[in-house]
Design a protein around this ligand. Structure first.
Ligand SMILES: *[C@@H]1O[C@H](CO)[C@@H](O)[C@H](O)[C@H]1NC(C)=O
Length: 223
């Protein structure tokens, strides 16, 4: 904020900002790497080659989304600390003392966040661009979709389970009733001998049947 204000005020007094890259310089961003947290024993040491890779990845993002004439020499790195944090700034290819607009740099980094992370085997938590939060919008959309899918699956399973419960309830009632009928048949045959009522080959014992029927109905209706 202070840097931005100075950048606007100082030219009015005819004083050029000497520092292009530095804390709070216009268009400059701080990056923090936590390689040890991400990779443990397999952590690599930060050196000039890694720095070059960072510059190259930045150039890739800037060429893809800001200006396809940006070169490695347009990326400046400064204030490097041993536990790996530093500031960087991207300068304009047409004027090396003019930084690229911070909104454009932010946008390009957001769009290539995955490519940048994977170049260093890190993730959004272990590679932080301090003023550039990782994109949330494209991430939250698929996650809400996946929640809808999970919800649908759970509701579907509950539906299937309750249908199975109803069916098994009906089946067990039917089984009980069939058994009761078989027993009734036994009684019936006895009764045929004693010449009692038979309907359609089934011996109707009105009292027991209606009782069973009511019982079955009572047990099914709650579903
Ligand atoms: C380059 O940018 C600096 C800083 O914005 C400005 O002062 C200078 O006039 C520019 N030079 C040219 C050639 O446009």
């Amino acid at each position: 904020m202070l840097g931005k204000t100075l950048f606007l005020i100082l030219p009015l007094f005819g004083i050029a900002l000497s520092k292009l890259c530095g804390p709070d310089a216009p268009g400059a961003f701080k990056v923090r790497f936590n390689i040890r947290k991400a990779l443990g024993d397999k952590a690599y040491a930060w050196n000039a080659d890694e720095e070059f890779l960072f510059k190259a990845v930045m150039v890739f993002a800037m060429r893809a989304h800001v200006d396809d004439t940006i070169q490695i020499s347009n990326v400046l790195i400064c204030n490097v600390t041993p536990r790996v944090s530093f500031w960087f700034v991207v300068t304009s290819p047409s004027n090396s003392s003019e930084p690229i607009q911070s909104t454009e740099v932010k946008n390009a980094i957001r769009l290539e966040r995955n490519r940048i992370n994977s170049a260093f085997l890190l993730n959004d938590n272990t590679l932080e661009f301090l003023a550039i939060p990782p994109t949330l919008a494209p991430e939250s959309e698929p996650s809400s979709k996946s929640w809808i899918i999970v919800f649908g699956v759970v509701v579907g399973l509950l539906g299937v389970v309750s249908i199975l419960l109803v069916i098994s309830g009906i089946m067990s009632k039917k089984r009980k009733r069939d058994q009761a009928e078989i027993e009734d048949h036994g009684e019936c045959e006895d009764r045929i001998q004693s010449e009692e009522t038979i309907e359609n080959g089934i011996c109707f014992d009105n009292e027991t049947f209606s009782e069973e029927d009511n019982e079955a109905l009572e047990n099914i209706t709650p579903f």
